[in-house]
Design a protein around this ligand. Structure first.
Ligand code: FMN
Length: 194
């Protein structure tokens, strides 16, 4: 199994990167091949809305989404992580999500039906606020949005309270993240939390 991670925090060594990293490590220990993409190191531009991808062969924008499209096509699963910014995903996360349009038909059914439909997805958010319920409506919406894009959402993990400490201090959370990655790699992930 091949799994890619996308860190939509500009901080390469922040909470979100750590959380995605734990999932990928858990998956790697169970035999998966993994690769991490950090948005802070990449040049990913917003969708131009040109619809070139609908007419032609993929996205016309020549930037660092190119290798991600290629990896995504080859991979079995995506671990998508974002910090919560102003009660939503980060701008980097939204730009990445918009750029997925190049792999989706206007009717929101995957263009590469055979290879892309049902691609497994783990969503991970980190938030400063200790109370996840404050943003649960947004998390529920986000999960349904990715399901509409026909991702097979396997797990949705939220690391809370990062304002008062590093997520990496939380041993229970670390174990949960690693277990989620392990189950993803073994193909037996149950929707565990949220
Ligand atoms: C611009 C900005 C907006 C934020 N908005 C929220 C928010 O609405 N709710 C919240 O709980 N935390 C908010 N936070 C805190 C981050 O979500 C939190 O610290 C997160 O773990 C940062 O992830 P990182 O370490 O991967 O960059 C915000 C942080 C920033 C920089």
């Amino acid at each position: 199994m091949k799994i890619i991670g996308f860190n939509a925090s500009p901080r390469k060594s922040g909470n979100t990167a750590w959380a995605i990293g734990q999932i990928l490590e858990g998956a790697a220990e169970a035999g998966a091949g993994t690769r991490m993409f950090n948005s802070g190191e990449l040049n990913i531009n917003p969708c131009k809305g040109c619809l070139g991808c609908v007419k032609g062969d993929g996205c016309v924008v020549a930037d660092d989404m190119r290798p991600i499209y290629a990896e995504l096509k080859e991979s079995d699963a995506l671990v998508f992580g974002s910090p919560l910014y102003m009660a939503q995903m980060s701008g980097q996360a939204k730009v990445f999500t918009d750029r997925l349009f190049a792999q989706i038909t206007p009717r929101f059914s995957p263009r590469f039906k055979e290879e892309n439909a049902g691609k497994k997805l783990i969503l991970v958010f980190t938030q400063g606020n200790p109370d996840q319920s404050k943003f649960q409506a947004y998390y529920d919406y986000t999960k349904s949005m990715f399901q509409m894009l026909e991702f097979d959402v396997q797990d949705f993990i939220v690391a809370t309270g990062t304002r008062s400490g590093q997520a990496s201090d939380n041993i229970e959370l670390r174990d949960l993240l690693r277990e989620s990655g392990r189950k993803l790699a073994l193909g037996s992930t149950q929707l565990a939390v949220n």
